[in-house]
Design a protein around this ligand. Structure first.
Ligand code: URA
Length: 237
């Protein structure tokens, strides 16, 4: 027996939170009857319909994409912009785990596993994300110390984080900085640099938990290996 919202999320129709919203909105039928209660338990024999369409228990798939710039981290866009799911050749209803900005590149997981997605993006799980930012200006130990304490980005003070100067080009006064954060506030890296007076010119995520972009050129993707899925599941517990 499993909760109906979990079964809907596992079928790839929507995240657990969205599935709950669908139930509350009366869009879900269980054996022909509308259910508006969360937490109703169902078995494999029950027929669940969302918007009058029966859900199937699809097998879960997990992809790692090296996202290029110019793609939204979304399944569709009402303004017609390109979205990350277009880059992946699958019939399954996958969605991105969390978001990278339109112009941010790098590692993003795409899956139809709504449960894992919800757990991975939940702040309480502190999944590490490593970014490399190219910034205008010189990143000094003063900036590093501010990041190490936590920085006020307007509506939020970030948790202490590790940062490191990787490369500095004196002439062009730009620096490359690596940053490891475990939160996921909107535009967090850009706002952190902005808070210390530095502008991000380019941003790339090089690691999400245990998953890196190694071996993947921009726009390339691959299926995650079973041991990688296990590690990422453990991270989300
Ligand atoms: N921080 C940002 O500013 N942008 C991203 O895309 C990810 C993290």
């Amino acid at each position: 027996m499993e909760r109906i919202q979990k079964v809907i999320a596992n079928s790839g129709v929507a995240s657990r939170r969205k599935a709950e919203e669908m139930i509350l909105a009366g869009r879900v039928k269980l054996n022909g009857e509308v259910v508006t209660e969360l937490g109703v338990k169902v078995t494999k024999k029950d027929i669940i319909k969302v918007d009058n369409k029966e859900i199937s228990s699809e097998e879960n798939v997990y992809f790692i994409l090296n996202k290029p710039s110019g793609f939204l981290s979304s399944v569709s866009d009402d303004k017609g912009r390109k979205v990350v799911v277009e880059l992946i050749d699958t019939k399954k209803r996958i969605f991105p785990v969390g978001r990278l900005d339109y112009n941010t590149t790098g590692v993003i997981i795409l899956t139809n596993d709504g449960d894992l997605t919800n757990q991975l993006i939940h702040p309480k799980h502190h999944v590490e994300k490593e970014y490399v930012a190219t910034i205008d200006g010189i990143f000094t130990s003063k900036h590093r110390k501010i990041f190490a304490k936590g920085v006020d980005i307007g509506d939020y003070v970030t948790a202490p984080c590790e940062s490191k100067l990787i490369k500095m080009e004196k002439k062009s006064t730009s620096s490359m900085v690596s940053l490891v954060i475990s939160e996921g506030k909107k535009h967090q890296c850009k706002r952190m640099f902005e808070a210390v007076g530095l502008k991000v010119k380019k941003l790339k995520r090089v690691r999400f938990g245990n998953v890196t972009d190694k071996g993947l050129r921009l726009g390339e993707y691959r299926l995650m290996k079973p041991h990688e899925i296990k590690v990422i599941r453990d991270l989300s517990k």
